[in-house]
Write a protein of this length. Structure first.
Length: 274
């Protein structure tokens, strides 16, 4: 099992952020802003799915997961809170979050469903965030922010996503979730996640007034498909999830471990979640 520590970031998220905080780049700022807009609703869903999955375990099997589930909940609750503050700044910049209400409405369809469905959805999303997190930690210079607070926020979040990437997956397996449903939900989540990310990014660029600028799409092509592009370098680890023998721990977590060890001055451990 994974020892998950909840950390309090030593940053001030009350101070405003620049419109193009990501190195002055409109596309990268819009993309990361879109992802942040999804986090509070998404992470609350992940918390609920893991809690409900834990409760569905037989009492004699819960102890194995208890500490890890508490750590997972604590980490995700901290992410939710800080990104809610970040999103508040985006509202002040005139951006409109269409993703969160759409996702919240969609997730209501799972009310009363077998808890394994929510866990499979969570495990799929956690795989997405883990491979993106690993890419970000390996290519931290591409974040390009001059604001140390925001660099810390995104890289800390990435490190913890990599750290707890196995929790929902292991609970799903412990509840005898099938490979077929794991893959079915993964394919659905892939389509929904990519579609929502694109839709909100375009929405952000439209409100920002930079949607039709050549520099915006030149940046998008390079950032997504260039030599160190996000999609180009995450496609292979994305596909690994489809293997029957896949486990999140098979994918390297050393960038997360190194970042947390090298930047311990930027956070304070506070224990596990409630």
């Amino acid at each position: 099992m994974t020892d998950l520590v909840v950390r309090r970031l030593l940053i001030d998220m009350e101070a405003p952020i620049a419109r193009h905080w990501c190195g002055g780049d409109a596309f990268r700022s819009a993309l990361f802003n879109a992802l942040s807009m999804s986090f509070p609703v998404g992470e609350q869903f992940f918390i609920d799915s893991v809690r409900n999955g834990f409760k569905a375990l037989p009492a004699d099997r819960q102890e194995r997961f208890r500490a890890e589930v508490q750590g997972f909940v604590g980490q995700e609750a901290t992410h939710r809170r800080l990104h809610a503050l970040f999103n508040g700044h985006l509202e002040k910049l005139g951006l409109v979050n269409d993703w969160a209400p759409r996702a919240a409405q969609r997730l209501k369809l799972l009310d009363g469903a077998d808890p394994r469905h929510a866990l499979a959805i969570t495990a799929a999303n956690e795989h997405f965030t883990a491979i993106m997190a690993d890419w970000m930690l390996r290519n931290a210079d591409l974040l390009g922010s001059d604001d140390k607070r925001l660099t810390t926020l995104w890289l800390w979040h990435s490190a913890e996503e990599s750290e707890h990437k196995s929790t929902a997956f292991d609970l799903y397996q412990a509840l005898d979730g099938s490979h077929e449903w794991r893959i079915t939900w993964f394919r659905r989540v892939t389509t929904i996640f990519l579609g929502d990310t694109l839709r909100q990014t375009v929405n952000n660029l439209r409100h920002d007034g930079t949607l039709w600028k050549w520099s915006t799409w030149k940046s998008a092509a390079s950032y997504l498909f260039g030599k160190r592009g996000l999609i180009r370098l995450t496609y292979k680890p994305w596909r690994e999830y489809l293997r029957r023998d896949f486990h999140p721990s098979h994918q390297d977590s050393s960038p997360s471990q190194h970042w947390l060890a090298e930047h311990s001055d930027r956070y304070t451990p506070v224990g596990a979640g409630a």
